[in-house]
Design a binder for this molecule. Structure first.
Ligand code: FES
Length: 121
Protein backbone atom coordinates (compact mmCIF):
# COMPACT_ATOMS: atom_id res chain seq x y z
CA UNK A 1 0.00 0.00 0.00
CA UNK A 2 1.48 3.35 -1.10
CA UNK A 3 0.72 6.31 1.13
CA UNK A 4 1.40 9.99 0.56
CA UNK A 5 3.58 11.24 3.40
CA UNK A 6 4.82 14.67 2.32
CA UNK A 7 5.36 17.18 -0.44
CA UNK A 8 8.73 16.53 -2.06
CA UNK A 9 9.46 20.25 -2.33
CA UNK A 10 9.41 20.52 1.49
CA UNK A 11 12.08 17.85 2.00
CA UNK A 12 15.37 19.65 1.73
CA UNK A 13 18.96 18.50 1.83
CA UNK A 14 20.52 18.88 5.28
CA UNK A 15 17.24 18.91 7.20
CA UNK A 16 15.66 15.65 8.37
CA UNK A 17 11.85 15.54 8.39
CA UNK A 18 9.75 13.23 10.48
CA UNK A 19 6.16 12.36 9.64
CA UNK A 20 3.77 10.42 11.82
CA UNK A 21 1.58 7.92 10.08
CA UNK A 22 -0.84 5.85 12.13
CA UNK A 23 1.49 4.07 14.57
CA UNK A 24 4.69 4.72 12.61
CA UNK A 25 7.14 7.57 12.55
CA UNK A 26 8.93 7.87 9.24
CA UNK A 27 12.08 9.86 8.73
CA UNK A 28 12.49 11.51 5.33
CA UNK A 29 15.99 12.45 4.25
CA UNK A 30 17.02 14.04 0.99
CA UNK A 31 20.52 13.06 -0.07
CA UNK A 32 22.05 14.03 -3.42
CA UNK A 33 18.58 15.01 -4.59
CA UNK A 34 16.94 11.67 -3.78
CA UNK A 35 14.45 11.24 -0.92
CA UNK A 36 14.87 8.25 1.38
CA UNK A 37 12.44 6.98 4.01
CA UNK A 38 13.58 5.24 7.19
CA UNK A 39 11.87 4.20 10.36
CA UNK A 40 12.51 6.99 12.86
CA UNK A 41 13.57 4.44 15.42
CA UNK A 42 17.13 3.36 16.04
CA UNK A 43 17.36 -0.45 16.22
CA UNK A 44 19.70 -0.18 19.22
CA UNK A 45 17.17 0.80 21.89
CA UNK A 46 14.44 2.41 19.81
CA UNK A 47 15.26 6.08 20.31
CA UNK A 48 14.46 8.55 17.49
CA UNK A 49 17.00 9.09 14.72
CA UNK A 50 15.61 12.38 13.43
CA UNK A 51 18.20 14.60 15.12
CA UNK A 52 20.98 12.46 13.65
CA UNK A 53 23.60 14.04 11.44
CA UNK A 54 23.71 12.90 7.80
CA UNK A 55 27.08 12.80 6.07
CA UNK A 56 27.94 11.04 2.81
CA UNK A 57 24.62 9.18 2.82
CA UNK A 58 25.02 7.88 6.37
CA UNK A 59 22.94 8.97 9.36
CA UNK A 60 24.49 8.79 12.82
CA UNK A 61 22.21 8.20 15.78
CA UNK A 62 22.56 11.15 18.19
CA UNK A 63 22.22 8.93 21.27
CA UNK A 64 25.00 6.33 21.04
CA UNK A 65 26.61 6.85 17.64
CA UNK A 66 25.34 3.89 15.63
CA UNK A 67 25.19 4.78 11.95
CA UNK A 68 23.16 3.61 9.00
CA UNK A 69 23.13 3.97 5.21
CA UNK A 70 20.13 6.20 4.44
CA UNK A 71 19.38 4.32 1.20
CA UNK A 72 19.61 0.72 2.40
CA UNK A 73 19.39 1.00 6.19
CA UNK A 74 22.57 -1.08 6.48
CA UNK A 75 24.42 -0.68 9.76
CA UNK A 76 27.79 1.05 9.28
CA UNK A 77 28.89 1.42 12.91
CA UNK A 78 27.36 0.24 16.18
CA UNK A 79 27.33 2.10 19.51
CA UNK A 80 30.53 4.08 20.01
CA UNK A 81 29.54 7.19 21.96
CA UNK A 82 27.15 8.74 24.41
CA UNK A 83 25.30 11.87 23.32
CA UNK A 84 28.04 12.70 20.84
CA UNK A 85 30.97 12.09 23.20
CA UNK A 86 33.35 9.23 22.42
CA UNK A 87 33.54 6.49 25.03
CA UNK A 88 36.10 3.72 25.59
CA UNK A 89 35.36 0.36 23.95
CA UNK A 90 34.44 -1.29 27.24
CA UNK A 91 31.88 1.44 27.96
CA UNK A 92 30.46 1.18 24.44
CA UNK A 93 30.15 -2.58 24.95
CA UNK A 94 28.11 -1.97 28.11
CA UNK A 95 25.91 0.56 26.30
CA UNK A 96 25.06 -2.00 23.61
CA UNK A 97 23.08 -3.85 26.30
CA UNK A 98 24.10 -7.04 24.55
CA UNK A 99 22.38 -6.12 21.30
CA UNK A 100 24.11 -7.05 18.07
CA UNK A 101 24.36 -4.62 15.15
CA UNK A 102 21.16 -4.38 13.15
CA UNK A 103 19.97 -2.39 10.13
CA UNK A 104 17.35 0.32 10.40
CA UNK A 105 14.15 -0.31 8.51
CA UNK A 106 13.71 1.52 5.23
CA UNK A 107 10.68 2.09 3.02
CA UNK A 108 10.48 2.27 -0.76
CA UNK A 109 9.85 5.84 -1.94
CA UNK A 110 8.16 6.96 -5.14
CA UNK A 111 7.75 10.57 -6.20
CA UNK A 112 4.50 11.36 -8.01
CA UNK A 113 4.48 15.00 -9.10
CA UNK A 114 5.34 16.70 -5.82
CA UNK A 115 3.94 13.90 -3.66
CA UNK A 116 6.26 11.64 -1.69
CA UNK A 117 4.67 8.20 -1.68
CA UNK A 118 5.96 5.57 0.73
CA UNK A 119 5.30 1.87 0.39
CA UNK A 120 3.91 0.50 3.63
CA UNK A 121 3.18 -3.14 4.25
S1 FES B 1 19.55 4.51 20.37
FE1 FES B 1 20.71 4.76 18.56
S2 FES B 1 22.66 4.03 19.03
FE2 FES B 1 21.54 3.80 20.87
Amino acid sequence: MKVKVAQASTIVEGKNSCVKLQDRKILLIRHKGKIHALENRCPHVGLPLEKGKVEDGVITCPWHGSSFDVATGANKDWVNSLLGMSVPKWTAKMITLGKSPQPVRTYAVEIQGDDVMVELD
